[in-house]
Design a protein around this ligand. Structure first.
Ligand code: SAM
Length: 455
């Protein structure tokens, strides 16, 4: 692989950069890694070695066809590049208050950092996963539904829309759109289209994004900034610009030397961050840093919630776990969602400003005397354990995921959650002599099933 000469020239200025090691690593293949869902079992993957900086992260010995693994569709794990999982180390060291946090993942599609954040958050925290590009927001929504957390809401907004939420967020994560050089081993398109001009354009866009959301971060709030670019303009240069423009303090936790991560300090303002160089750390190119906002900021408070919707309670409460309390909101014409009571005021405030793809847990809609359950409910961590379910084998589960009719013996009438290894995949309605497959069309597997899986 021919690394662009201008990029190598730029990197020679970075302390800790080893050109021979770096170019050598670019002639080898990238690892495949996954992060297991901490609340689920049943993944069934063969794990080769742990990712040292992430409790649930593992390298795989080989790359399976994830599309043909029903456990993937049931949210047992997320396929994620190992360097990106270092977010966990930053989070655990920089975000010491883990009470009821409001967290924004601004550039969230397809959902790697957001699924990770959802698993790291505790108590009454709320995670807003945002993606500005509409079709990417659809993929984000799908991945977040699969991950199953009610306290995760998905939005599709431009960063500038968040400026109205003055001092609202405790933590903002910006995994910025960038020139992508860190992914050269996985994405030859990034290599073919790399140019210095694009690096400069990306750095300008990154500054604009930070300017747009800065008002939304509260005083002492934390900004986590990441790129998958090696270019200093987008990494150290961005940190220098940030410290020159805003009142911030650098947060740079220690890292064990054996992880092979390269700690950096920006040349002008001495802001700490971390670089991942393939060949040194076991992962792809990645940059991440955390800063704390020091300037005073007003704080917008959530609006007080008004009367709850009680008419659907009797229908939906049996579908939800009884270990938690829920509040219900009307999300669309006669469709309802559940949210945590602690987030009622947040919903009222945010719905005036943000375009929701998913607020809380979609429950479905009343249909005559029946309840038409939302797909998300089948994958939710908050679904009641005793919802009638049908456990399928792998071949049947793949057929269900292809949206085909499946032959199941149990034909008592009513709704059933389809499960594989006890992981919810979706709904069928049993009609007595046949079943209707309620998997949403755009969720279906388009790939042909191999003969042994197709039976
Ligand atoms: N955080 C994601 C993850 O871990 O899976 C990856 C995010 S990717 C590096 C950057 C995202 O920023 C892309 O989804 C892209 O669509 C989005 N994006 C592109 N232009 C943007 C802009 N002007 N403002 C905000 N986000 C933008």
């Amino acid at each position: 692989m021919k690394i662009p000469a201008q990029l190598l020239e730029d990197l020679r200025r970075v302390p800790g950069f080893n050109e021979d090691e770096f170019t050598e690593a670019h002639s080898t293949a990238a690892d495949t890694s996954v992060r297991l869902h901490p609340g689920r079992v049943g993944g069934g993957l063969t794990l080769a070695a742990p990712v040292p900086w992430c409790g649930n992260g593992y390298y795989l010995g080989e790359r399976p066809v994830f599309t043909l693994d029903p456990a993937y569709h049931g949210g047992a794990y997320y396929v994620q590049e190992a360097s990106s999982m270092f977010l966990e180390h930053i989070w655990k060291n920089a975000v010491t208050d883990n009470g009821a946090l409001r967290v924004l993942d601004l550039c969230a599609a397809p959902g790697g950092k957001s699924t990770h954040l959802a698993s790291l958050l505790q108590g009454d925290s709320l995670l807003i996963s945002n993606e500005v590009i509409r079709n990417r927001a659809t993929i984000l929504e799908e991945n977040m539904v699969r991950w199953g957390y009610t306290n995760n809401w998905v939005t599709c907004n431009d960063p500038r829309d968040f400026s109205k939420l003055t001092g609202y967020f405790d933590v903002i994560v910006i995994d910025a759109p960038c020139s992508g050089s860190g992914l050269f081993r996985k994405d030859t398109h990034a290599l073919d289209t790399w140019s210095e001009e694009n690096v400069t354009l990306c750095a300008l866009r990154q500054k604009r994004i930070i300017d747009d959301i800065w008002p939304a971060l509260k005083q002492d709030g934390i900004l986590i900034y990441a790129t998958c670019s090696f270019s200093t303009q987008e990494d150290e240069g961005l940190l220098d610009w940030l410290a020159a423009t805003y009142e911030v303090e650098s947060l740079a936790p220690q890292v064990p030397a054996e992880w092979g991560i390269t700690p950096i300090y920006s040349p002008e303002k001495n802001m700490g961050g971390y670089r991942f160089f393939p060949g040194k750390a076991r992962g792809e190119g990645f940059f991440i840093a955390a800063v704390q906002k020091k300037a005073e900021a007003d704080e917008l408070k959530p609006i007080k919630f008004k009367p709850a919707i009680s008419k659907i309670k009797d229908l939906v409460l049996p579908l939800l776990t009884n270990s938690r309390a829920f509040q219900f909101i009307a999300s669309a014409a006669d469709a309802y969602n559940a949210i945590a009571p602690a987030h009622e005021g947040d919903y009222l405030l945010l719905q005036k400003i943000l375009y929701f793809r998913k607020a809380g847990l979609p429950l479905g809609a009343p249909a005559h005397k029946d309840w038409l359950p939302a797909h998300a409910l089948a994958l939710s961590l908050d679904a009641a354990a005793d919802i009638p379910a049908i456990e399928l084998n792998k071949e049947q589960a793949l057929r269900f995921l292809k949206r085909e009719d499946i032959n199941i013996e149990e034909m008592a009438k009513g709704w059933r959650v389809i499960k594989f290894n006890n992981l919810g995949l979706g709904w069928v309605k049993c009609l007595g002599n046949r079943t209707n497959n309620y998997l949403p069309k755009h969720w279906r597997i388009r790939m042909e099933l191999p003969d042994n899986d197709a039976g």
